[in-house]
Ligand binder design. Structure first.
Ligand SMILES: Nc1ncnc2c1ncn2[C@@H]1O[C@H](COP(=O)(O)OP(=O)(O)OP(=O)(O)O)[C@@H](O)[C@H]1O
Ligand code: SF4
Ligand SMILES: [Mg+2]
Length: 347
């Protein structure tokens, strides 16, 4: 990452505010429906079972007001599913999601509508989430108008302000998404999100599709908006190097479970979980001579039939017999630092 981006990192405020989000034992299961042949086989009496994916498995997580929490893990570990449940756009199969202390699944009417607006998601591919037939001014102005956040008479000035805040020149607002670059399109997505006055942004791989120099600009914009608008972030990335520069706290997921959680400096200086240590070994900027680990070896197991005990045991160089049979609990090993590994019971 560039020096410009590092310089933009604000003073850490981890845990400073009240909880904005609390997940309690949150799980999400998806049933993979059977294809025609499997349905027929089942009807004929064959023991064909529907596959169930445990995308998220019993996650407890608290995000405090004003915090930036980085959520990291390999592809398919459940980051996006968790992000959608946090944003209230996907209900959990089990467990509770609290927003400012209130269970979001029990809210109704205007309260539920407002709650959804206050949390906005920013996605990896802004092009896919922007309507190609709408002009930028319509894309940014539609939701605030519908939800009564602005009157039609003031809409033009309101849209201009959102575009400026996202670093776009309002002179181009009558253009369509395809007339902008990837970085500019992400800025349009950010302006659209800001237009409904959120206090919490869930950014799902929001810079993954952009060139490295553009990534730094967009990450800087996120941090600038954090300061100006007092925003809270859940920043999802498969890349620890990206979250290092902007997160106060990092949460590491493996096959649907949180395996480690700590303030960002603690993760980089004293990673506890063997999976986190292996992920760190893959961050290119870390000096190869200082690496205690050789990266994450082996294939990611299937979440349909995850390994027993500690999900990481088939890939872990420290695996013991106990790891194959017993799920390690996520336990505090230092203030604010939690890890789920049986090795911590030895000391
Ligand atoms: N709507 C769905 N129906 C069925 N399975 C799903 C659905 N959404 C996600 N999954 C499965 O749940 C698991 C977790 O998916 P998810 O997209 O949350 O992972 P991720 O960590 O965001 O991955 P990536 O880094 O590739 O974006 C995967 O095995 C995925 O195939
Ligand atoms: S519990 Fe066992 S398998 Fe899992 S990370 Fe710790 S040592 Fe490795
Ligand atoms: Mg994802």
């Amino acid at each position: 990452m560039s020096e410009a981006m590092t310089a933009a990192r604000p003073a850490a405020t981890a845990g400073a505010g009240a909880p904005i989000i609390e997940l309690r034992g949150v799980s999400k299961r998806f049933s993979r429906s059977l294809d025609f042949a499997a349905k027929l086989a089942r009807r004929l009496g064959a023991p064909v079972r529907e596959d169930v994916v445990h995308a998220v498995d019993g996650v407890d997580l608290t995000i405090h007001k004003g915090e930036v929490v980085g959520l990291v893990g390999e592809s398919g570990c459940g980051k996006s599913t968790l992000g959608r449940m946090v944003a209230g756009i996907m209900p959990p199969s089990a467990g509770t999601v609290l927003r400012n202390g209130q269970d979001i699944t029990t809210l109704g009417g205007a309260e539920a509508r407002l709650g959804k607006l206050r949390t906005q998601m920013i996605f990896q591919d802004p092009y896919a989430s922007l309507n190609p037939r709408m002009k930028v001014t319509e894309i940014v102005g539609e939701a605030p108008l519908v939800h009564g956040l602005v009157r039609r008479a003031g809409l033009d000035a309101y849209v201009d302000a959102q575009l400026r805040r996202a670093g776009l020149d309002p002179a181009f607002k009558r253009r369509y998404p395809h007339q902008f670059s990837g970085g500019q399109r992400q800025r349009i997505g950010i302006a659209r999100a800001l237009a409904v006055q959120p206090d919490f942004l869930v950014c799902d791989e929001a810079v993954a599709a952009l060139d490295v120099s553009i990534q730094a600009q967009i990450l800087n914009l996120f941090m600038q908006l954090r300061r100006e608008l007092d925003l809270t972030y859940l920043f999802i990335s498969h890349d620890l190097g990206v979250v290092e520069h902007l997160s106060d706290r990092v949460v590491i997921m493996y096959l649907g479970r949180v395996v480690e959680e700590a303030p960002v400096a603690e993760i980089f200086q004293r990673a506890n979980h063997p999976y986190t240590q292996a992920l760190l070994a893959e961050v290119p900027r870390i000096d190869a001579r200082k690496r205690a680990f050789a990266g994450v070896k082996g294939e990611i197991p299937s979440p349909i039939n995850p390994p027993s005990g500690c999900h990481f045991h088939p890939r872990c160089p420290f695996a013991m017999e106990r790891c194959r049979v017993e799920r390690p609990a996520l336990r505090e090993i230092a203030p604010g630092h939690r890890s789920a590994c049986h090795l911590n019971d030895r000391v």
